[in-house]
Design a protein around this ligand. Structure first.
Ligand code: GDP
Ligand code: MG
Length: 191
């Protein structure tokens, strides 16, 4: 299914964010976790968000208007150790500013690689979202790379720090999880 979506703008600082309008869905996660792939899969548009095998490329906040109903926000990937340190540090304020100040933020989607489950930087972000009372759900990505046994180990690891919130298993190649993620996004509008 293809959902009409268009790129709006790219911001490296908070003063470049578009003026608040439609409800926003933010996508967060470590570099290379599969954010662009998820955005492309949700909209059915292969090239909407740039996806590459070179991690750490997306350094700006990218806004997309989706279906005239939502704005999807692709936040810079964090925790990519190989990026030059000053660059890594320069991403933090823009993520922080977005999550702290954005009045139209309806839901944050926290992507975590199912093969590793929580890393320190993911847990920090999760705590930050909870501390600021921001609703979020967790998407475990690349689940197609796990066998059944690895998947149950992964599930256990996720639940250790996230006992009961929404946890959706996603696979880009298999299209798994797309329906559930859309349902969670639509649900934000009936609160
Ligand atoms: N097998 C598999 N590969 C994936 C999946 N999602 C992303 N990838 C691959 O992981 C790499 C990074 O994905 P990308 O979407 O660019 O990650 P981003 O840096 O978070 O935007 C790319 O090579 C993708 O093809 C998935 O669900 N399954
Ligand atoms: Mg990306």
């Amino acid at each position: 299914m293809v959902t009409p979506a268009e790129f709006l703008l790219s911001a490296t600082r908070a003063d470049q964010f578009p003026s608040p309008g439609l409800p926003e869905i933010a996508f967060l996660g470590r570099s290379n976790v599969g954010k662009s792939t998820l955005l492309n899969t949700l909209t059915g548009q292969r090239h909407l968000a740039y996806s590459s095998s070179t991690p750490g490329r997306t350094q700006s906040v990218n806004f997309f208007r989706v279906d005239e109903r939502f704005v999807f926000v692709d936040l810079p990937g964090y925790g990519y150790a190989k990026a030059p340190k000053p660059l890594v540090d320069s991403w933090k304020p823009v993520i922080d500013a977005y999550l702290r100040e954005r009045t139209v933020l309806a839901l944050s989607v926290l992507l975590v690689d199912a093969r590793r489950a929580w890393m320190e930087s993911d847990l920090q972000l999760k705590e930050w979202l909870e501390h600021h009372g921001r609703p979020y759900l967790v998407v475990a990505t690349k689940v197609d790379k796990l066998n059944q046994k690895e998947k149950s180990a992964s599930q256990k690891a996720f639940r250790e720090y996230y006992p009961e919130g929404d946890l959706i298993w996603f696979s880009g190649p298999k299209g798994q999880g797309v329906k559930e993620i859309w349902q969670a996004i639509w649900k934000t509008q009936n609160r």
